[in-house]
Design a binder for this molecule. Structure first.
Ligand SMILES: Nc1ncnc2c1ncn2[C@@H]1O[C@H](COP(=O)(O)OP(=O)(O)OP(=O)(O)O)[C@@H](O)[C@H]1O
Ligand SMILES: [Mg+2]
Length: 315
């Protein structure tokens, strides 16, 4: 068996005239966390659907756990777990029933189901609530139950489609800690999709940035960000932006200048934000550009997205 848990080559999916996925290549090593980061409609769910055998590729090929997703779909299904973007739980059932039914679907014997449920309730900390009907659960509890269900069959590879969508910050951080624990303690390979750049940064050792069905950038979050420059000075203001941009771009220590038109923001990538701030802002005053707000920060994956697509990545 290969040391790659997930491989894809030229993966495509067309729905009539809509090109949902436009040739994606992936190579995810065993035991790592990979994030597909991109805006609405980028093709993240469609990619997951093909990798989990729920949709057949229009072209290209993919293998999960070493098995071809089309020709060996049963084998693939036996080695993976999935949680879906939209919560799909029968709210009349108790949490325990949801997990038990899932185990039965996979023909797990009763003793094994009981043992798995006990472990998983512990892992996702559902406690007594496991015997309550799902309709009484909060959004965070539902997501935790779905995570547990995805783990019932003890998968080697777990696919999580937007695992924290719609959750408040506290619940999101909770889910992140379960995801990390699964990876660290059980060596599970995880592929997750998200449109939150902080989620990709916090969890993934490698990130694929998806836009319009294609990977526009790929790599370790730190490396992707480092290619832009050490720091970014974000200047929001009004007036003659174009002139300001051309002035700033001519400064010797400026690596690149980009504009986020929607946010009326100029992004100035420099070697050191704290040392260069005064000079950059100073260029505004005399040039008909009125500065309203300035921040200095390390570049983010959102800046990487803007750099490659010319558009901002917004929730
Ligand atoms: N079954 C389908 N039939 C037709 N078009 C589809 C179908 N599924 C997805 N699409 C289209 O394919 C594109 C990619 O959709 P997809 O759901 O994969 O994006 P996504 O990255 O998961 O978006 P989101 O962040 O909103 O979940 C979209 O334009 C979508 O409308
Ligand atoms: Mg989606």
């Amino acid at each position: 068996m290969t040391d790659l848990a997930i491989v894809a080559r030229g993966l495509r999916k067309h729905y009539g005239l809509v090109i949902a996925v436009d040739g994606i290549d992936l190579a995810v090593p065993r035991g790592t966390i990979y994030a597909l980061l991109g805006p609405n409609g980028a093709g993240k769910t469609t990619t997951i659907n093909m990798l989990t055998t729920l949709a057949s590729p229009t072209a290209g090929e993919a293998a999960v756990c070493g098995y071809d997703v089309v020709r060996q779909a049963d084998r693939v299904r036996a080695c993976i777990g999935v949680t879906f973007q939209d919560i799909v739980l029968d709210s009349d059932l108790t949490g325990r029933e949801v997990l038990d039914i899932h185990g039965r679907l996979y023909r797990q014997p009763a003793a094994l189901r009981r043992q798995r449920i006990a472990e998983l309730v512990d892992l996702v900390q559902l406690g007594e609530a496991i015997d309550r009907r799902v309709r009484t659960y909060s959004g965070g509890m539902k997501r935790r139950l779905e995570l547990a269900r995805g783990l019932m069959t003890d998968p080697q590879v777990l696919f999580l489609d937007e695992p924290t969508q719609g959750l408040d910050p506290q619940n999101r951080v909770g889910i992140w800690s379960y995801i990390r624990a699964l990876n660290r303690e059980r060596g599970l390979t995880l592929l997750l999709t998200t449109h939150y750049m902080d989620e990709a940064e916090a969890l993934a050792s490698r990130v694929g940035i998806v836009d319009r069905g294609r990977l526009v950038a790929e790599g370790a979050p730190g490396d992707l960000v480092a290619t832009l420059g050490a720091d970014v000075i974000r200047v929001r203001g009004s007036g003659n932006q174009a002139h300001f941009v051309s002035q700033v771009a001519a400064l010797p220590f400026v690596a690149r200048v980009e504009t986020d038109v929607e946010a009326a923001m100029v992004l100035v990538y420099v070697d050191s934000g704290s040392r260069r701030l005064v000079e950059v802002v100073g260029l505004a005053g005399g040039n008909g550009f009125v500065v309203e707000d300035v921040t200095v920060a390390r570049p983010s994956l959102g800046d990487v997205f803007l750099h490659h697509t010319g558009r901002a990545l917004r929730d």
